[in-house]
Structures are given as C-alpha cells and as structure tokens.
Design a protein around this ligand. Structure first.
Ligand SMILES: C[S@@+](CC[C@H](N)C(=O)[O-])C[C@H]1O[C@@H](n2cnc3c(N)ncnc32)[C@H](O)[C@@H]1O
Length: 270
C-alpha cells in the first residue's frame, strides 16, 4: 500500500509485521520514518477496519512487570479485548504484559492437560495461559500467581468474563507464594523467559513425579541444539532430575535470539 508513497530506501526501513491485540495495533516506526507516520497509520487503518488505537513501541519490554513503552499515534483508548480459542481477555498493553503471538503456544499447552490435572501457572499475567487451559481442557484446578496488581485486576475480570470456575488467582511474588501452596501439581508453567532460571528452586516439592514443567527462556539460535541439556542441568543444580521431552521456538526476542519452551518430565529429587 505504501509502495507508491515511500522511496526504495524508506520501504527498506519499514517494518512489515506488527502485533494486533483486540482493536489495538502495536507498531514500530524507525526514527528515520517518523515523518511518514500519517501515511503508515492511514495504511493500517485502511487495511484493518477494526483498529481503534495504534500504539508505537518506543521502548522494549522491560522491568519486573515486563511492560514496553508506547506512544499513541492514533486513537485514545488503550484497553481492549483480545480474543483467542473462544476466550476473551480484557487487557491494557500499556500497563500489563500481553502478547497475542503466544496464542498458539497457549493452545498447545492446554491440549496437553489431562482431565483432573492440578496446574500451576507462575507469572500468570492477565491470565491467558490459565484461562485457555481451563476453557479447552478439564483440569481439576489451575492456580495462577502474578505480582503486578493491575494485571491481577485484569486477571480477576478475565476469569469472570470467561466464566471459568476452577481458576484460582493469587496476587504476589512467586518466591513467597509458591512455597506456601499446599500439595503437588501435575504441571507447572514458568512463562518468564528473562528470569525463570532464578525461580527453578521453587519447584522442588511442588511438582509430582512424572508431572510436566514448561520452562520458557531466551536463547541464541546458535545454542538451540544444546538447550535441552542446559535446562536439564539447571534443574539438576537445583536438586531435581528432569528429562527434556520437547523443545520449540515460540517467538523471537532480538536478531538471532528467540523465545523457546522446553517441556520437562519430572523424574524425582536428587
Ligand atoms: C512475560 S509476562 C507473562 C504473562 C503471562 N503468562 C502471559 O503469557 O501473558 C511475565 C509476568 O510475570 C510477572 N512477574 C514478574 N515477576 C514475578 C514474580 N516474582 N512473581 C509473580 N509474578 C511475577 C510480571 O508482572 C508479568 O506479568
């Protein structure tokens, strides 16, 4: 759409993909193209009629709450409802973490959950993993733990919005909450790729034998082959014997650095 309106050089700088969360488009405009903002915004609006707000990402996802910095380039409203797998998620990406790009991964995990499982979602955000699991499978209980009080508020609203009953929401730091949780879980998710490593010790005594752990991490493409072994060793250092049963790339982070998930089967304590 912009081929006639931008020079060859400008077209090379233009980002071709962007994320859509509900009716918000999240785009990146390099500084060199900032003068062409109106043209870019209009092209998006012409192609995506349901877009009400366009946010330009001006800072990377950062901090404990993992929220990026945005500048509004069109519209005012930053709260929206993202839809996936028959679920709806009320979210404000300027205040909480949410990525529609993890939708396939959420479905993959939900389909692995067997009837009657007890599942723990650490770093639960506004609840997308917990709610998709509760909606698509038949767990006995899904416990979600989240630190950002605004995300917790959205999580609470999303539990109601999706009419899921077996989701238990806990506000606070996983380091304080997980040790206090009763019993063991059949499955534990650790969707905090930037820092999951420092929380691995919390799983000891909380995961059932033959249960599964979904461990998310950032890794360079060059070391992809060694990732399973690296994660097995990390758990071993924390006194847990695990076997990597599956690994896949589930997003990109930077050039040649991706988000990976490693599925681990828990064998037992060392
Ligand atoms: C990458 S986001 C993932 C959110 C959610 N699982 C999702 O996929 O949308 C990580 C989340 O962990 C939360 N968080 C960070 N440190 C935490 C901690 N120590 N205890 C509990 N939650 C934490 C952040 O606020 C953020 O919402």
């Amino acid at each position: 759409m912009l081929r006639e309106k931008l020079s060859e050089e400008e077209l090379k700088l233009l980002r071709r993909s962007f994320e859509i969360i509900g009716n918000i488009a999240i785009i990146e405009i390099p500084e060199e193209l900032i003068g062409k903002k109106e043209l870019i915004v209009n092209a998006i609006l012409q192609k995506h009629k349901n877009i009400k707000t366009i946010l330009r990402k001006v800072g990377e996802v950062e901090g404990v709450y993992r929220v990026a910095k945005y500048e509004k380039v069109y519209g005012e409203e930053t709260e929206t409802i993202a839809k996936e797998h028959g679920c709806r998620f009320l979210v404000d990406p300027t205040k909480v973490y949410f990525s529609s790009r993890l939708s396939t991964e959420r479905e993959r995990i939900a389909r692995l959950v067997k009837n009657g499982e007890r599942v723990l979602v650490m770093f639960a955000g506004v609840g997308p993993f917990a709610i998709v699991i509760a909606k698509l499978s038949k767990p006995k209980e899904v416990v979600g733990v989240e630190l950002n009080s605004i995300a917790v508020e959205y999580f609470r609203k999303n539990v109601k919005l999706n009419k899921v009953e077996n989701v238990v929401l806990m506000e606070g730091d996983v380091a304080e909450i997980v040790p206090k949780l009763d019993g063991e879980f059949d499955r534990i998710l650790m969707p905090a790729p930037y820092s999951a490593e420092s929380f691995v010790h919390l799983l000891k005594g909380k995961i059932k034998k033959s249960g599964f752990i979904h461990y998310y991490t950032f890794e360079s493409e060059n070391f992809e082959d060694q990732l399973n072994k690296k994660v097995e060793e990390l758990f071993m250092k924390n006194g847990m014997l695990v076997k990597a049963v599956f690994m896949r790339r589930c997003g990109s982070f930077a050039p040649y650095v991706n988000r990976y998930v490693v599925d681990l089967e828990y064998i037992g304590e060392i």
